[in-house]
Ligand binder design. Structure first.
Ligand code: MG
Length: 312
């Protein structure tokens, strides 16, 4: 494909309700949308970076700069053969996975439009529909939390994930579990604990949770291993896994037993597929997390989640 030009759009959309995690509360979805033009077609991609560096060092501003100054000059006015070629071109840039993934997503869209295939078909997906869960931010009180869970269950969500942080963990989760004894329930700490403070989470092991996500810091693979030995509930890693080799290392050292694959965090859908395939061969189930994307990014997530080992 000869890439004629790339247009960057900055969008800010208000969320239906504020979303609070262990690192703060957000009110808007800020994002960069890319439009890649080739042969009369436009391919769209979304950069999933947040406006602030709470989840990752990447932000809307850093991705804008890295795309504009380092990534786009390497593809605009050039022939890019396929996704592997694109990954090779971007391989000389350290990190900035979300920016890379946004460009890759637009390329996938172009390939789909040229060939007349959906992204799910291009990736080898086999599901026609995907069951989805919802991530619920920290609420003002347990009463509010139960009301919010109830309304999402009423909307048809099949799995509930609760954001937790120190002081808003065991009691909140316990109140939800008592009210809804049979729902599929999981928690996400977004790195808010260390090996010592995570002892407070031990009662969660009695609450029949599907998983406990990213309790410790993103570079604490070894400490996640130590923590996993204290829990029967599987630990799931999110922020820690930014490359397929991290997935292999984390599973080899029993630092987690489930992986949350986000295409943006790992540098693109193609890298997400690699992690999916490795986990499938190791008999480890995966699921696809969201980043408050607009419909552009959500569509790519759904396509990825149509692959066979997205069992959660
Ligand atoms: Mg997470």
């Amino acid at each position: 494909m000869f890439i004629e030009t790339v247009i960057l759009h900055h969008l800010r959309m208000p969320l239906k309700s504020p979303f609070e995690t262990s690192f703060g509360r957000v009110f808007n979805r800020d994002c960069v949308l890319l439009e890649v033009l080739s042969d009369g077609l436009s391919g769209y991609g979304e950069c999933v970076a947040d406006w602030d560096p709470g989840y990752s060092y990447e932000t809307v501003s850093t991705s804008w700069v890295v795309l504009l100054e380092f990534m786009l000059p390497q593809v605009v006015g050039r022939e890019v053969k396929d996704i592997e070629h694109l990954q090779q071109i971007l391989g000389n840039i350290k990190g900035h996975n979300m920016a890379k993934a946004s460009l890759e997503m637009a390329f996938w869209d172009l390939i789909g439009k040229r060939t007349g295939h959906s992204l799910a078909t291009l990736l080898g997906g086999h599901r026609k529909s995907v069951e989805v869960g919802v991530s619920i931010g920290i609420q003002d009180s347990s009463v509010d939390l139960i009301k919010t869970v109830s309304s999402y269950l009423h909307d048809g969500y099949r799995r509930i994930k609760l954001k937790i942080k120190p002081g808003r963990d065991v009691q909140d989760v316990s109140s939800v579990r008592k009210e809804f004894p049979n729902i599929v329930l999981q928690v996400d700490a977004n790195s808010a604990y260390n090996l010592d403070t995570a002892e407070a989470l031990l009662p969660l092991d009695q609450m029949d949770l599907l998983l406990i996500e990213q309790p410790l810091a993103e570079d604490d693979l070894w400490d996640h291993h130590k923590l996993q030995q204290k829990f029967v509930t599987p630990i799931c890693l999110d922020e820690s896994i930014t490359h397929p080799r991290h997935a292999r290392q984390a599973l080899e050292m029993d630092a987690c037993r489930i992986i949350n694959i986000k295409p943006g965090r790992v540098g693109g859908v193609s890298q997400g597929v690699k992690i999916h395939n490795f986990c499938e061969s190791a008999n480890v189930p995966v699921w696809c997390g969201g980043m408050l994307e607009t419909g552009v990014g959500r569509a790519a997530n759904l396509a990825l989640a149509s692959l066979s080992n997205f069992k959660l």
